[in-house]
Design a protein around this ligand. Structure first.
Ligand code: GLU
Length: 300
């Protein structure tokens, strides 16, 4: 899926408006950055070390990024435009913009259970997909980041008919989570008596709970908030008792230290310049109360 990020649309419109009002003048319109190339400006191509992945991507002019297509707030296809939208998508765009302003992103749907394999096999160049950094995954791939920290929580039918208040209460209940996620591993470990149902997607779990096939859905709180937003607060609610820490990283091929530190530098840059907070506010921030402080990047 090739796309123009929605967050460029406003600057492009502003540039067009400025161009329209300054017609006839030789003065360049103010505020036209590298991306505002409508006025014939040359985009500033960053210089990357020879032989680096960044240089290769820049030369190719395209990058493949794995993300979710069904997770509201993080990566969800907008049925009107066909474009995938959310915080993960915006983070990917901000990172790729620093590799090369002209590089196009091909977003590929990458559910939880195929993230490592997609990176290992090179079907994607990176994964930005509510992807928790952990040691087991680091044996197969590397992570830049974190760029956000979530916590695992529980979603129940609105009104919480079974009175589920925390992870212990999942014992003896029918609980749904997703294959290849930390969420399902945590449920199995922390509530060993739960009857676990697993699907490839969190929307599959939400459908199962709406139809009465499961009693609870457990995964990261912000994913659950997106499901409540999508299905309605009269259908589901989040318990609000997070029991893990889930630092979200950008998955890349193992051993590409140059790419990892490039992405980490870029994350620190967008943490500092306000672009991270603006992306958060446009996405997750529409349902969560306040914008958190960005996490510290882990340069392991
Ligand atoms: N953050 C957790 C994980 O990476 C759960 C969310 C997901 O499956 O994407 O496994």
């Amino acid at each position: 899926m090739k796309r123009i990020p929605s967050r460029w649309l406003t600057p492009v419109l502003v540039v067009l408006a400025l161009f329209a009002t300054s017609c006839g003048s030789d003065e360049p319109a103010p505020g036209t950055g590298a991306r505002g190339g409508d006025g014939g400006e040359q985009a500033q191509a960053p210089e990357h070390p020879e032989g680096s992945t960044m240089a290769a991507i820049q030369a190719a002019g395209t990058i493949t990024v794995g993300t979710k297509f069904d997770q509201r707030l993080f990566g969800q296809t907008n049925p009107r435009t066909g474009e995938v939208e959310g915080f993960d998508v915006e983070i990917a765009e901000l990172v790729v913009e620093a590799i090369g302003p002209e590089v196009e992103i091909d977003f590929v749907e990458t559910p939880s259970n195929i993230r490592e394999i997609a990176i290992e096999e090179g079907t994607v160049d990176m994964v930005v997909a509510t992807y928790t950094i952990n040691d087991a995954r680091k044996e197969r791939i590397d992570f830049a980041g974190p760029y956000y920290v979530a916590g695992q929580d529980i979603m129940v039918p609105a009104g919480n008919p079974l009175g589920i208040g925390g992870v212990d209460d999942l014992n003896g209940k029918r609980v749904c989570s997703v294959q290849g996620s930390t969420s399902i591993t945590n449920v199995r470990e922390l509530a060993p008596e739960a009857q676990v149902t697993e699907f490839p997607l969190y929307t599959n779990c939400a459908d199962a709970m709406r139809d009465g096939r499961v009693d609870a859905v457990s995964t990261d709180n912000v994913i659950l908030l997106g499901l409540v937003e999508q299905y309605g607060a009269e259908v589901f609610e989040v318990v609000g008792n997070a029991f893990t820490t889930e630092p979200y990283g950008i998955g890349i091929p193992k051993g590409d230290d140059q790419l990892r530190s490039f992405i980490n530098d870029r994350l620190e840059e967008i943490f500092a310049n306000g672009e991270w907070a603006a992306a958060y506010e446009r996405t997750v921030g529409t349902v969560s109360e306040e914008t958190p402080q960005p996490p510290a990047v882990d340069r392991y």
